[in-house]
Design a protein around this ligand. Sequence first.
Ligand SMILES: C[S@@+](CC[C@H](N)C(=O)[O-])C[C@H]1O[C@@H](n2cnc3c(N)ncnc32)[C@H](O)[C@@H]1O
Length: 220
Amino acid sequence: MDLASLTQVTRKRYNRIAPLYDLMETFVERARFQKWRARLWSRVRPGRILEVGVGTGKNMPYYPPGAQVTAIDLSEAMLARARSRARKLGLDVDLQWMDVQSLAFPDDAFDTAVATFVFCSVPDPIRGLQELARVVKPEGDIWLLEHVRVDRPIIGPLMDLLNPLVVRMVGANINRRTVENVRRAGLTLVSVENLSGDLVKLIHARPPQAQASRHPASPG
Ligand SMILES: C[S@@+](CC[C@H](N)C(=O)[O-])C[C@H]1O[C@@H](n2cnc3c(N)ncnc32)[C@H](O)[C@@H]1O
């Protein structure tokens, strides 16, 4: 299947899941995700922020006060829920229907980009990550909270085996190597924190230009 068709399949899956999404995650959200979201957002500096794959808007309560947030998603049904959450929280968020694989923003438009549990479902994650690097300022930050493939005997191959079924059911790949994808996309990896064994990672990256300006070539 080509990228456009895969992207349409992802969009339809999340449109289908949207009414049940918050319910499906109630337990894990309270037990784990809320703590991890708080940890990620405590590091985000105020300024122009892009949240990609906003989903139903579960990160909204953590947005830094005074930040100018633009949030996008591929699924209209998820966006509708995010819109209603923003209204309830009294937040002024610019919500747009958009694909992270081809963002309609100019270069260097944001200070920070954030994605939580998104790059497991983006059909071409490298392309999406490169788009983040393009729209974030060279000294800006890219924060990702992602579950990844566990590279251990038995569990890793088991994740590979179960992946097609899980993708069909909930839209997320459970065997993505997102840290490796960040590197492959050419981003500068600043730090990776393990939050739940080595299954869930908090990843801090920067656009590739930041590396060049921090380590200028020595003359001669
Ligand atoms: C697992 S949900 C996570 C939602 C939210 N970030 C959270 O933490 O609850 C993944 C979200 O990414 C969105 N998504 C998937 N592929 C996308 C793409 N190519 N561009 C933008 N959003 C995408 C889905 O529509 C869905 O809302």
